[in-house]
Design a binder for this molecule. Structure first.
Ligand code: SIN
Length: 506
């Protein structure tokens, strides 16, 4: 039989993506043989950009129950209680596991771990590394562990194009490498760990490779998806003209930095009892309203952090200095930016998706733990908790290898696309203006239509641009269907939440 690919790889599992979710899952699968397919170098994606930290109830005054209560309060009542319980109860164990892997959390002079505070948390419970370089430190340890693991093989610089199905079962992935090789990877378990959708938006804190690939692949394979309308906009991205925008970690507000507008008004006071530490959606909309009214908004950390900025927040300090701003002595201009997707591939508590053979971990998944809005610093946590559970479940399942059948003759990743940057730019503008911080019915309808037109301009083979258009349309449709405001999803034509019991999208 002649197959339309250059290389066939067989493994016990294929993991697509090499962030914290994917690599945690891959490591937990030992001794099963795992192929990790990743678009760039292992360790790229959003994880190394994560600043704030990882939330866990490790303080004596704290408890997983308090952590769970905060997670649900921010999540707008849509959280899955079982997923929240797993997330918050496993958190201290996963922190210990990360330390055992070599992750160094910041400690004080007494050797005790330092805990930061962020919006929506009733306690200080955010562990961090290198001040504001938590994700980078985790990736350092995970990439090193994966490189040393005999059961993990990595295929870098390879774009995973599509899931391969045999009937209802997912049995593999097609991919194109940067040097043009077409690959078919067959395995009884395929784990998506491809991250979120930040690049779909003109303003985002996410790196350029975060293009909704796993979401679009899962949709094309007809896997169940959930909560797609819930996109989190981080309130404080550095408004200095960068693309992507630099994140100004919420931990700055946790240390007392305040938001002011160009009239000197500290507008979060009186707007919410927790002022700058209100849930992210509340702060993001308040900033948005000021900007729409023609004002400028600044994060002022001069009093709260001041001279200690370079030691306490070295990443943010360096980014500001690159743009000619000295946050020790001057307020920093800010604006909201797309940051995190609560929705994704619907999974159970062990990462299993609706199609046999398919799993999802990290931001591409929707475990239900976040509900309509994610609590700060619960993202690295969710990825490590559910990545570990998925890896263990794949290892325990121990399904037999996949044999090549005639169906795989159609498993062609297609040719690499040409330059689609103009379509990509239009997707990003459409999503920002129509499916952004504040939405309404006519704007969402226009977005669905516009994205449909853009899809018509794309070559049929899978590409980042195609994934962005398809994922964008799914998000816009879900936002149109939810005729209420809840969590991160705000509709100016339905500004209130639906009454209890009527929350589900029609
Ligand atoms: C931040 O540091 O503000 C981002 C952390 C997160 O997204 O939870």
């Amino acid at each position: 039989m002649r197959y339309p690919f250059d290389r066939l790889v067989r493994a016990d599992a294929v993991v697509v993506g090499s962030g914290i979710g994917g690599l945690t899952a891959a490591l937990a699968m030992a001794p099963r043989r795992v192929l990790v397919i990743t678009k760039g170098d292992p360790g790229g994606g959003s994880t190394p950009w994560a600043q704030g930290g990882i939330a866990a109830a490790v303080a004596a005054a704290d408890s997983p129950a308090d952590h769970a209560a905060d997670t649900v309060a921010v999540g707008g009542g849509l959280n899955d209680p079982a997923a929240v319980e797993v997330l918050t109860a496993d958190a201290p164990r996963r922190v210990a596991a990360l330390e055992a892997l070599g992750v160094r959390f910041d400690t004080g002079p007494d050797g005790k771990v330092l805990l930061g505070r962020e919006g929506g948390h009733q306690h200080r419970r955010v562990l961090h590394s290198g001040g504001d370089a938590t994700g980078a430190e985790m990736m350092r340890a995970l990439v090193r562990a994966a490189a040393a693991a005999a059961h993990v093989e990595t295929l870098p610089f390879a774009f995973a194009a599509d899931l391969v199905r045999d009937g209802a079962r997912v049995v593999g992935v097609t991919a194109r490498t940067d040097d043009g090789e077409k690959v078919l990877a067959l395995a009884p378990a395929v784990v998506l760990g491809t991250g979120g959708i930040g690049r779909l938006y003109a303003n985002t804190t996410n790196p350029p490779e975060v293009t909704g690939d796993g979401l679009a692949m899962a949709a094309r394979a007809a896997a169940a998806l959930a909560d797609l309308e819930f996109v989190q906009f981080h309130p404080t991205a550095l408004a200095s003209g960068r693309d992507p925008m630099a994140l100004l970690t919420e931990a700055l507000r946790g240390e007392g930095a305040v938001l002011v507008d160009d009239a000197g008004d500290r507008f979060m006071v009186g707007h919410h009892p927790d002022a700058e530490l209100a849930p992210r959606d509340v702060v993001a909309r308040a900033i948005w309203a000021r900007l729409e009214a023609g004002r400028r908004v600044y994060l002022d950390a001069t009093a709260a952090v001041g001279a200690s900025f370079p030691e306490r927040f070295p990443t943010v300090f360096a980014l500001c200095r690159e743009d000619g701003i000295d946050p020790r002595v001057e307020p920093v201009p800010v604006a909201p930016a797309a940051h995190y997707h609560m929705g994704g591939v619907a999974t159970g508590l062990d990462g299993r998706a609706s199609l046999p053979g398919l799993w999802a971990v990290g931001e591409v998944s929707c475990t239900g733990a976040h509900g309509a809005n994610r609590l700060a610093s619960n993202s690295l946590l969710e990825a490590t908790v559910f990545g570990q559970r998925a890896g263990e479940a794949v290892r325990a399942a121990g399904a037999p290898p996949v044999e090549a059948t005639a169906a795989f003759a159609a498993a062609d990743p297609g040719p690499a696309p040409g330059d689609l940057s103009e379509v990509v730019a239009q997707v990003r503008r459409t999503m920002w203006h129509r499916v952004g911080v504040v939405r309404d019915g006519p704007g969402l309808t226009a977005a669905v239509e516009r994205l449909g037109e853009l899809e018509g301009r794309l070559p049929p083979a899978a590409s980042e641009a195609r994934n962005m258009v398809e994922a964008g349309r799914l998000i816009a449709r879900a936002a149109l269907a939810r005729g209420e405001s809840r969590g991160a999803h705000f509709r100016s034509d339905f500004p209130a939440p639906a009454p209890p019991g009527e929350e589900a999208a029609p």
